[in-house]
Ligand binder design. Structure first.
Ligand code: ZN
Length: 415
């Protein structure tokens, strides 16, 4: 007997400090407990909505809320999700939708988008009716914005907090090898799935597959020192990505993404790859929306806006401080990419655009963000899911990298 149930910590922040409340229900879970979530369900109405998660074993859970936008965050270390496809896409009651996945190494998370401010009640881990695992439940009830707002983001310690990028660090870092360092940045990951295709293909998986293939091809040339911001299905914040690029003193930063359009009427006509460079002012409305979507990654993963530098800061990008040279190199590389990629795949109608992408806010290295295609387009989705196409497109990007560095080397003054 003695079913292992686990603990639930309810975090509510009061002004500047946080109160962590533990609800005990049986014996505590040990640190090495690994549980699988097999089913998630929302019941109730817009006054009280119950979230239920079936687990194979008890774990320690921690619940807290965030505003702007209103969210409920549930941290569940060592939980693996085996939930049916599409789970969380449709909301119910006070929950618009929810998502789940790894937030950091061995740190699983569920993020519920709520329709407004809510308060958590009756959080518990109890033995399932027939002794089949554990049922983790909590209720969400509506609350006034005034009482909710106090809990916003206070006291939440994120794993390995990332200080803002410090330009001086890059300058101090000597290069270890004579090779150019190329950082590949597959977007999203873990709890942040990115865009979803018509048949549930996830952007985070597509860009990781292309990123790994690109890494393999670049390494094979023997000319580059290849780094990845992530090589598995884990969430990495935008600040962490920027910091990796800076502290590792990269020479070229390539962020990989795939887009999706919500408008059904144009989804089947709009397709193809687009290459974005950094600009304070967006080249067009679509590029602006694109950057807004990608910059929201940290919010999707349940970081509070205070944890990451917000849109305002992106807008006040230090364009004047940004070395003109870096910007010119980014444009050069974008030109080369268009030239090489058009031989391998379809490009969008306007394949070179610019917007205020936070991940491109780098003054030490030229950087581009490649939207490989549209998951909302059936033809593109098929390609984005094809290992053959991954090879082809990675090979065109490799050719562009080669051509870019050849040109730069040739252009540099003789020693
Ligand atoms: Zn993306």
């Amino acid at each position: 007997m003695g079913t292992r149930t686990g603990t639930v910590g309810l975090r509510t922040a009061l002004a500047a400090f946080a109160v962590l409340m533990h609800i005990w229900s049986g014996s505590p879970a040990t640190a090495d407990t690994v549980a699988t979530a097999t089913r998630a369900e929302l019941t109730g109405d817009t006054n009280r909505t119950t979230f239920q998660l079936d687990l194979t074993a008890g774990v320690t859970a921690e619940i807290f809320t965030l505003a702007n936008p209103y969210r409920v965050i549930v941290d569940l270390p060592d939980v693996t999700f085996r939930l049916p496809d599409g789970t969380g896409q449709g909301g119910s009651g006070l929950v618009r939708a929810f998502r789940y996945g790894l937030f950091a190494e061995r740190k699983a998370r569920v993020v519920l988008d709520t329709t407004g401010p809510v308060r958590i009640e009756r959080a518990a881990m109890t033995a399932a009716p027939k002794g089949n695992g554990i049922v983790f439940t909590f209720d969400m009830v509506t609350t006034a914005p005034e009482s909710f707002g106090m809990g916003t983001g206070a006291g939440k310690a994120e794993p390995s907090p990332t200080p803002p990028a410090d330009e001086s660090k890059a300058l101090a870092k000597p290069k270890r090898s004579g090779k150019a360092i190329i950082m590949i940045d597959p977007g999203h990951g873990g709890i942040d799935g990115g865009a979803t295709g018509a048949s549930n293909v996830l952007e985070k998986n597509v860009v990781l597959a292309v990123g790994k293939e690109l890494g393999r091809q670049l390494a094979t040339t023997g000319r580059y020192d290849v780094r990845m911001t992530r090589a598995s299905d884990v969430f990495i914040s935008l600040d962490q990505r920027l910091n990796m690029s800076l502290t590792q003193g990269v020479d070229l930063f390539i962020s990989l993404h795939a887009d999706s359009l919500p408008e059904q009427n144009i989804a089947q006509t709009i397709r193809g790859a687009t290459i974005y460079t950094l600009s304070e002012r967006a080249s067009d409305e679509q590029a602006r929306r694109m950057a807004e979507k990608e910059n929201a990654s940290d919010l999707v993963a349940g970081l509070s806006s205070a944890d990451s530098r917000g849109d305002d800061e992106v807008k006040s990008i230090l364009i004047d401080l940004m070395k003109r040279e870096t910007a010119n190199f980014s444009t050069d590389f974008s030109n080369t990419l268009v030239h090489k990629m058009k031989r391998a795949t379809t490009l969008s109608r306007d394949p070179q655009r610019a917007a205020a992408f936070k991940v491109l806010k780098q003054t030490h290295a030229p950087s581009v963000l490649i939207e490989l295609g549209y998951l909302s387009n059936l033809e593109d989705e098929k390609l984005l899911n094809s290992p053959e196409w991954h090879k082809k497109v990675a090979s065109s990007i490799t050719a562009a990298v080669d051509s870019y560095f050849t040109k730069r080397t040739a252009g540099s003054p003789a020693p």
